[in-house]
Design a protein around this ligand. Sequence first.
Ligand SMILES: Nc1ncnc2c1ncn2[C@@H]1O[C@H](COP(=O)(O)OP(=O)(O)O)[C@@H](O)[C@H]1O
Ligand SMILES: [Mg+2]
Length: 283
Amino acid sequence: MDSDAVMAPLADAGGPQGHGNVHVALAGVSKVFAGREGGQDVHALGPVGFELRKGEFFSVVGPSGCGKSTLLDLMAGLTEPTEGEIRFEGRPVRGEVPEGVAVVFQEDASFPWLNVFDNAAFGGRQMGIPEAELRERVEYSLGFMGLTDFARAYPAQLSGGMRQRVCIARAMAQRPRLMLLDEPFGALDQQTRLLMGEETLKLWRETGSTIMLITHSIDEAVLLSDRIGVMSARPGRFLDILETGWRRDRGSETALDPRYGQLQSRIWGRLREESLKALGASR
Ligand SMILES: Nc1ncnc2c1ncn2[C@@H]1O[C@H](COP(=O)(O)OP(=O)(O)O)[C@@H](O)[C@H]1O
Ligand SMILES: [Mg+2]
């Protein structure tokens, strides 16, 4: 499938009333960063056109430096596209994180001066959720993430994996309709990573929110997702968008499905070439 095939005209996204099954719509989105100190401009992304469906688990894989974080930042309203348009629930995304969207960043974004509870409450406080309700939500989210016993601990007392769980609990306590996760498990060891993947699936099932997960792990993408977008080397575009066909109540047994291996090798086939290009460009 080429990028045109997955590019949907913006009209399909409809207005605020008529967006139907489409949760986020991107049309002709590209990002060029102006060169620093007279250096060359960096065409980081695009043009990209695709739609996130309401309630789906969508993963993005692509070679490093291809523009994945740039794509997520654009969808979160943290940066503005150079060209094109992004709509969340039918409304243009511009200049701020829309209500209903929560982001977990690639780097540890816990605040060292706040304890785990206050870290997890941070997003909800900013949204102005009443304290009693917020307390309930945070307690639930910390419980969900296995952090109840650490509510009074500070990030410095936690492992990297636990700090990342704090950030996921923070996003979860906001009860977002869309969660954008940027390689949240990138720094974790393999076992913890597998467990966190299972937790993310559970969270997705329980909350019903739409999830977009950026990952550099092909296995993780295949195991967790409804659909997987495979990106080209920079400037990142979608080369392929694959449906896994998994059931909603899937678990680790999907790894035994013959389709698992097929999806893996198809993605790797695409990515191998692109990763070589990315390597070549950085030499
Ligand atoms: N603020 C910025 N200014 C200039 N260049 C940037 C900026 N952010 C990212 N880039 C460049 O854009 C490209 C894509 O970056 P990024 O989206 O972080 O890639 P990925 O997340 O896929 O590794 C890289 O070449 C990166 O150096
Ligand atoms: Mg990144």
